[in-house]
Design a protein around this ligand. Structure first.
Ligand code: FAD
Length: 106
C-alpha cells in the first residue's frame, strides 16, 4: 500500500506548485478545468479515506478559482483542514505564495 505520509507530502508539493503556476487571471475554461481537476484528483487519490475527506471539503467549500491568489489561499485552507485533523500546526495562508512561488528552504 502507498506510504500515506510520503504520498501526502509529494501530493501537496504538486498541488501548491500547480497553484503557483495557475494564471493570475484565468479564463472561464481554465477555471472550469481546475475545478474538474480537483474533483477527479479527490476521487482517484490513492489513499481512499484522504480522498473522501478531500471530496467532502470540496463539497462544503467550493474551490475558489477566480484568480491565482484566490486558488492558492483556498488550497492552503484545504491543506490546513488536514493539518488540524492530524494535529499539525496551521500554516499562515498569507505566506502561501512566498513558500510555493518565490520559494523558501525548509
Ligand atoms: P505536509 O502537510 O505534507 O506539507 C508539506 C509542506 O507544505 C510543509 O512542509 C509546509 O512547508 C507546507 N505547508 C504546510 N501546510 C500548508 C498549507 N496549509 N498551505 C500551504 N503550504 C503548507 N494524511 C493522513 O494521515 N490522513 C489524512 O486523512 C490525510 N489526508 C490527506 C488529503 C490530501 C488531499 C493530501 C494531499 C494529503 C493528505 N494526508 C493525510 C497527508 C498529510 O496531509 C501530509 O501530507 C503528511 O502527513 C506529510 O506531512 P508533512 O509533515 O510532510 O507536511
Amino acid at each position: 500500500p502507498p506510504d500515506v505520509t510520503k504520498l501526502g507530502n509529494h501530493s501537496w508539493t504538486l498541488l501548491h506548485t500547480i497553484a503557483a503556476a495557475y494564471p493570475e487571471k484565468p479564463s472561464i475554461e481554465q477555471q472550469n478545468e481546475m475545478k474538474t481537476f480537483l474533483n477527479i484528483f479527490a476521487k482517484i487519490y490513492p489513499c481512499w479515506y484522504c480522498g473522501k475527506d478531500f471530496q467532502s471539503f470540496i463539497k462544503k467549500n467550493e474551490p475558489k478559482v477566480m484568480t491565482q491568489d484566490d486558488f492558492g489561499k483556498w488550497l492552503c485552507n484545504a491543506h490546513n483542514s488536514v493539518n488540524i485533523k492530524l494535529g499539525k500546526p496551521k500554516f499562515k495562508c498569507e505566506l502561501w505564495k512566498k513558500r510555493w512561488k518565490d520559494g523558501w528552504d525548509e
